[in-house]
Design a protein around this ligand. Structure first.
Ligand code: NIG
Ligand code: FE
Length: 412
């Protein structure tokens, strides 16, 4: 099937074949093409060009009506498989409790683990698919989903099987991360080392035996897992070919960035607490620092120093952190607006961070994250807009008109 999109006001986010990520000053460059058409052959982008060039023949023609065409967002950090919601903790926070205090009282991640334990795999899948459809309609075409609300071998496997089922049924590209080290399970309170032992001896081999994850993650932060425990879990994960992605430096300067870099993590994520040493540790590495401004916004925390990182020559990715406790939203456009408003990233930097650099953070940059010949045809069309920047500026105006995933129109 050949699908032609015609009367495109502007194609945004064009990259040459082989461009894998954008770093430093390159992040502010966003290549565009005005008055254009784009052709998909099956699930891939086959051609695009200006309206002045001959427009190819196709089986189906879609009129973009002068709107813009953007590559889909690549959301490289979510926890969107979870049971129920946690708005009571939201109210507790309004009354003055901090995220750490809620966690110490047995709320937070352990609260979600209790609910997940009581929820069937079928019901978990149903709830998660609602969120997957929601983010697809908001322009996301690749998503990473973590386990980490199971905290027992059986429940971690249950979560990862749900993620596998989503991967098999949703039109988005899905990557799975094993996050058994999200919190110490209630049954192991005060016995953290034994819980780490359980992760290494039982959970990791079971996850690997079923091939349920590509990545391994650890919440390396004050009150959660130490640098030494993180290193041990990453070493064990490496035996099964699991690539590290770390929750680092959200609550404290935790050493999470350095331990991630030492283990060649694909990404280190959060980074609300960064010093010069952390930025230096990331320079010249393959690790993508990934910022989650939706979590800083929701928890009322300080934002990561994106400007200093980009000005130091680093690339950064943006992701939603979609989860019930610190970021109950998977809206990547809102994430881009927050990045511009609160972290002084330009709309171009934010969009590149949320697309190509997000794809890199998932190891999917060869097939996703930009408008490039041969890549998977994941994109969305907007209503006509005065400029590309308008998309980030008018942050709540419903501007996304139509969504295409794998060369087919997605209808929520
Ligand atoms: O990325 N920081 C750790 N984990 C999640 C929050 C999970 C939760 O509160 O349920 C995060 O913010
Ligand atoms: Fe997270």
């Amino acid at each position: 099937m050949r699908l032609l999109i015609e009367h495109i006001g502007k194609i945004v986010g064009i990259q040459p074949v082989g461009k894998r990520r954008l770093c430093g000053a390159e992040m502010d460059r966003l290549e565009t093409l005005d008055d254009a058409w784009l052709l998909c052959d099956g699930e891939r982008i086959a051609a695009f060009g200006p309206a002045s060039q001959p427009v190819p023949v196709a089986d189906r023609v879609v009129d973009a009506c002068g709107g813009m065409l953007f590559p889909s967002f690549c959301d490289s950090h979510t926890h969107l498989v979870y049971a129920g919601s946690r708005e009571q903790e939201f109210v507790d926070k309004i009354h003055g409790l901090s995220y750490e205090e809620i966690a110490r009282r047995g709320g937070g991640i352990l609260n979600s683990a209790d609910r997940l334990h009581e929820t069937s795999e079928e019901e978990l899948y149903r709830q998660a698919m609602e969120r997957v459809r929601e983010i697809a309609a908001m322009g996301t075409g690749c998503v990473e989903i973590k386990s980490g609300y199971g905290l027992s071998t059986a429940d971690e496997l249950k979560m990862l099987r749900v993620i596998r089922r989503i991967r098999g049924t949703a039109p988005l590209a899905v990557r799975a991360t094993f996050l058994g080290a999200h919190a110490v399970a209630r049954a192991y309170r005060g016995r953290q080392e034994e819980y780490v032992e359980l992760i290494c001896r039982e959970m990791l081999p079971a996850v690997a035996a079923e091939g349920l994850a590509e990545f391994v993650d650890v919440f390396c932060d004050e009150g959660f897992f130490t640098v030494e425990q993180t290193a041990r879990i990453l070493r064990e994960g490496a035996k099964y070919g699991l690539v590290p992605k770390i929750h680092a430096n959200e609550l404290a300067v935790s050493g999470g960035v350095q331990v991630g870099v030492e283990h060649d993590a694909r990404s280190v994520d959060h980074l609300e607490r960064m010093g010069g040493a952390e930025i230096e540790a990331l320079r010249g590495t393959r690790t993508m620092p990934t910022l989650l401004p939706g979590a800083a916004f929701f928890l009322g925390m300080s934002y990561p120093p994106a400007r200093a990182m980009i000005d130091a020559g680093l690339g950064v990715a943006l992701a939603s952190d979609y989860n019930p406790g610190s970021s109950p939203s998977g809206n990547m456009r809102m994430v881009c607006s927050l990045a511009s408003i609160r972290m002084r990233m330009t709309p171009a930097e934010a969009f590149n961070a949320a697309t190509l650099n997000g794809a890199y953070a998932l190891g999917l940059e060869e097939d996703y994250g930009s408008i490039t010949l041969g890549k998977i045809a994941n994109f969305f069309l907007t209503k006509p807009m005065p400029s590309f920047e308008f998309f980030t500026y008018a942050y709540s105006t419903p501007l996304i008109a139509r969504v295409f995933l794998r060369g087919e129109e997605f209808v929520a």
